[in-house]
Design a protein around this ligand. Structure first.
Ligand SMILES: Cc1cc2nc3c(=O)[nH]c(=O)nc-3n(C[C@H](O)[C@H](O)[C@H](O)COP(=O)(O)OP(=O)(O)OC[C@H]3O[C@@H](n4cnc5c(N)ncnc54)[C@H](O)[C@@H]3O)c2cc1C
Ligand code: SF4
Ligand code: SF4
Ligand code: SF4
Length: 397
């Protein structure tokens, strides 16, 4: 039995949650992405899994605005702003819900650096959720936990990729006044297998153990795509920091940003559009200086889409904690194509996971990255005059 086409399955896990005979398990495929496997001997063909699968149907229950309201925003709290990937709006929303004795669900890296969704009921617990983790997170049993809390009348904030929010909405099956959802503008997600092969390679190269990893870290170079990691040399007790930049961070700056290693569903993502899954949509407001020079952008600015009536009320409640400027969707899209279109699937995707498992991260990076680094280097070395001649020759032909 097929629940949905294989290349559209996002691994949200709702099918397993709703199956009345518990015959669906989520198992890592050869690329390390979770997929539903059905125990045919227990399946009664009731069709509930297909009916709840967000790849087959849309599930929107919140009262939507005709057009999303668009804002540029950043948190007043300087510590939150520094620790967040963009403008820290997620943490301001989290505080709002926790102050009302609610629960926040978001992604953390666990002690073994695996991305998982967990619940936070105190502000200190929200800290680990800050910062984007560019790997597919495992929602575990958080949909079920959130539903129980909502039924008990507790306030809940659930944040995740749009396909995770679509999964949650399908699982809940209705709107709750006490629920706020946040979906992120989403490039795509590599598997945890890819991330951990990279970590293993780094540990071997540096003869170390990595204890902490931040995909984005503003402490050294401000808002951008630079990260950091903490590691201990083997048999030593001192902890070192390595700043991750375009020169040494192959995982993020090469494979991730080029879209080489995403889940297949990401290249056909049905959520890469202005009509969104969450009450709020958050992203980086790249290119903000062009349209809103009045906002100081050095430490990051969030792009905020307010998609529902509920989100509109919540924004009004938290607005005193934010620098907030009204903006336009077309400005936001200019530098954030993933808001309206999925990433293109590159040729490299055909072989990258096979190569990773057969040859290892070292060979994959050597074969893919050296050439990519060499070409821009050559381009930089060619004098402008020669470049112009080549351009003219090309135009003539
Ligand atoms: C995989 C991924 C791809 C993204 N792609 C884009 C993009 O193309 N363009 C863009 O503008 N913004 C993108 N973002 C969003 C952006 O990086 C920020 O997360 C967002 O702007 C919120 O920032 P913040 O400062 O409000 O809060 P932060 O504190 O930085 O927010 C972190 C939030 O993201 C959640 N989160 C972190 N990692 C994951 C994960 N792996 N899965 C699910 N939820 C996660 C946390 O639970 C938390 O709610 C992406 C984020 C992720 C995780
Ligand atoms: S998209 Fe979600 S519900 Fe559909 S098959 Fe995949 S894991 Fe199951
Ligand atoms: S058809 Fe029904 S019993 Fe069979 S896997 Fe789907 S939900 Fe479970
Ligand atoms: S790109 Fe789409 S399918 Fe992929 S993780 Fe993001 S929302 Fe899910």
């Amino acid at each position: 039995m097929v629940i949905c086409p294989e290349d559209l399955c996002t691994g949200c896990g709702v099918c397993a949650e709703v199956c009345p005979t518990h015959c669906i398990s989520l198992v890592d495929d050869s690329e390390g992405f979770r997929r539903p496997i059905i125990d045919a001997s227990k399946c009664t063909d009731c069709g509930l899994c297909r009916d709840h699968c967000p790849a087959n149907h849309d599930f929107h229950f919140s009262k939507r605005l005709e057009q999303p309201e668009v804002y540029a925003a950043k948190a007043h709290n300087k510590d939150i702003l520094k620790e967040s990937s963009s403008g820290g709006v997620f943490s301001v929303l989290a505080k709002y819900v926790i102050d009302r004795e609610g629960s926040v669900f978001g992604c953390v890296l666990d002690d073994h650096l695996n991305p998982i969704h967990v619940e936070a009921t105190a502000e200190e617990e929200v800290a680990a959720m800050r910062g984007s983790k560019y790997v597919q997170s495992d929602p575990g049993d958080t949909f079920r936990k959130a539903k129980t809390l909502l039924q008990d009348g507790k306030h809940v904030l659930y944040s995740g990729t749009p396909c995770q929010i679509a999964g949650l909405n399908s699982f809940l099956g209705k709107d709750y006044d006490n629920l706020l959802t946040v979906d992120l503008i989403c490039h795509g997600v590599p598997s945890n297998l890819f991330f951990h092969e990279y970590l293993r390679w780094l540990e071997k190269k540096l003869k170390c153990t990595i204890s902490e990893y931040r995909f984005r870290d503003k402490r050294r170079m401000g808002w951008g795509s630079y990260g950091s990691m903490q590691y201990e040399k083997l048999q030593k007790t001192k902890t070192f920091t390595r700043w991750l930049t375009a020169n040494n961070d192959y995982y993020f700056h090469y494979f991730y940003l080029r879209g080489d290693n995403y889940r297949e569903s990401c290249y056909r993502c049905k959520y890469a559009k202005a009509s969104r899954e969450g009450d709020f949509t958050l992203g980086d407001y790249w290119g903000i200086q062009k349209h809103h020079p009045e906002i100081a952008a050095k430490d990051g600015v969030s792009l905020v889409l307010v998609n529902t009536e509920k989100a509109k009320r919540a924004l009004s409640d938290i607005s005193k904690s934010l620098d907030l400027v009204s903006s336009k969707l077309e400005y936001a899209i200019e530098n954030n194509r993933n808001l309206v279109a999925p990433m293109a699937r590159p040729q490299t995707r055909n072989t990258i996971y096979k190569d990773l498992t057969q040859k290892g991260f070292e060979r994959v990076s050597r074969e893919n990255i050296k050439l990519k680094r060499f070409v821009p280097w050559i381009k930089r070395k060619i004098p402008i005059r020669v470049k112009n001649k080549i351009k003219m020759l090309l135009k003539r032909n």
